[in-house]
Design a protein. Sequence first.
Length: 241
Amino acid sequence: MRIIRAKDYADVSRKAGNIIASVVTLKPDCVLGLATGSSPIGTYQVLIKKYENGELDFSRVKTVNLDEYVGLSKDHDQSYAYFMRTNLFDHVNIDQANCNIPSGLTDDPEAECGNYDKLIASLGGTDLQLLGMGPNGHIGFNEPDEVFTPGTHCVKLADSTIDANARFFATRDDVPRQAYTMGIWGIMQAKKVLLVANGKNKAEAIRAAVTGPIDPRVPASILQLHPDCTIVADEEALSLL
Ligand code: F6R
């Protein structure tokens, strides 16, 4: 694991944006695994700026997102499909037909999840997987559990995740209780993993993921086994290391 220390959120975003930009530059038809939530928003803004400056071309890039809430349509303003359009896809020259996110409205969850893993495999895997991390150590929506689940699956969100994400919804009751998430195989098969974290509320999860045992109760700890994993985090998130 490589840990890059950043001064603050802007610095995390700049450094992470530069890493993703280098992947797109070296391989214009790369497959990017993307994340939602507050952590990557600044990184996406850096990528948008680079596109606007003529430094980056997304026309041949393909994407697979980590997760989607069960029950939200792609036009719901809290769906991750909507998040990706408003925070990145609508602002760069990516072909949105090449942007993949599990459907929150599928009536056949098992087929949807199985097909998502087949899709990742058919794309040749991801060149880079961008991750945020929950304060409880979750990656994607792989919540703390007794086992690591390899494939894309439906997960019951932890109470602490519902609490953490309530800030994006009108009330806590509006937060969906379940999500579809890429599993640990989907994340670990990426050629590169890039985790971005900032703020004090991530410090304990960073400590446990980086220095603790590999344990499904801290899902991000599996990243210790990845051959090319980079964490870019600010001083606060690294304060317990
Ligand atoms: C989002 C995702 C989640 C978030 C995590 C951190 O696609 O998979 O694992 O990365 O919940 O969220 P923020 O960045 O809002 O603290």
